[in-house]
Design a protein around this ligand. Structure first.
Ligand SMILES: [Ca+2]
Ligand SMILES: [Ca+2]
Length: 227
């Protein structure tokens, strides 16, 4: 009877852990340049160097580098960016619609650009010029785009225009020294604005509950075995 109880408790524990820690987001592409090269990238203009595991622009005033990109036009794009002058990250690039993060040298924007007719939608967000920013950009099936700068939600808007899957990821800079690092692209929206999700659905809360359950079960099992 006691054995049966322990088995049931273990099964319940496994089920609760599965609920708390769902399958991990799929990374479709990443590069952190820590191997000291930018193999797989193509320099379109200017020069680029890897310094201390970071992709940096060379001394020219116009530097563009591109890399084939994969996955859908929805998901999460994460990267560290040091913007200087006019700096653009095409996180979804193709021949029809581009999704970009732009720093004008002063201000940051996230934009969708219609490559064919030049129209665009744009939202400004807060960020520092000439300083490293850790940016996370998410885009869901409804075209909702959220930008997080160093973990803070700084832009949240919906542009439901269809954007085809990306052909390329591009880093573009005119003037000044710019750099990028730790690019991680996943095919799912991995960050949700915290205001929209109640605390009891947050990962930290579920993990805390799971930890308490594990401790209680461990104590119960020890108690049963000692009896
Ligand atoms: Ca490499
Ligand atoms: Ca690196």
């Amino acid at each position: 009877m006691r054995k049966d109880s322990v088995i049931i408790i273990i099964i319940l524990l496994c089920v609760s852990l599965f609920v708390v820690f769902p399958s991990k987001a799929e990374t479709v592409w990443s590069d952190n340049f820590d191997d000291g090269n930018y193999d797989g990238w193509t320099v379109v203009n200017g020069t680029f160097v890897i310094e201390d595991g970071v992709l940096k622009t060379g001394p020219e005033s116009f530097n563009v580098i591109t890399c084939p990109s994969y996955g859908p036009s929805t998901g999460t794009w994460s990267f560290d960016l040091l913007a200087n002058g006019w700096t653009v990250v095409y996180f979804v690039g193709n021949t029809q619609q581009d999704l970009i993060v732009l720093c004008t040298g002063q201000d940051y924007y996230v934009q969708r650009i219609d490559v064919v007719n030049g129209s665009y939608s744009s939202v400004k967000f807060s960020g520092k010029a000439s300083a490293w920013q850790h940016l996370n950009v998410t885009r869901n099936q409804d075209g909702r785009i959220c930008v997080y700068n160093n973990g803070t939600l700084v832009a949240d808007y919906v542009d439901s225009t269809y954007v085809p899957p990306p052909d390329f990821f591009e880093f573009y800079c005119t003037g000044g020294e710019a750099a990028i690092d730790n690019i991680v692209v996943s095919d799912s929206v991995d960050i949700e604005p915290s205001v929209s999700a109640p605390f009891y659905t947050q990962t930290w809360f579920l993990a805390s509950v799971a930890a308490v359950i594990i401790v209680v079960i461990a104590i119960a099992v020890l108690y049963i075995r000692r009896k």
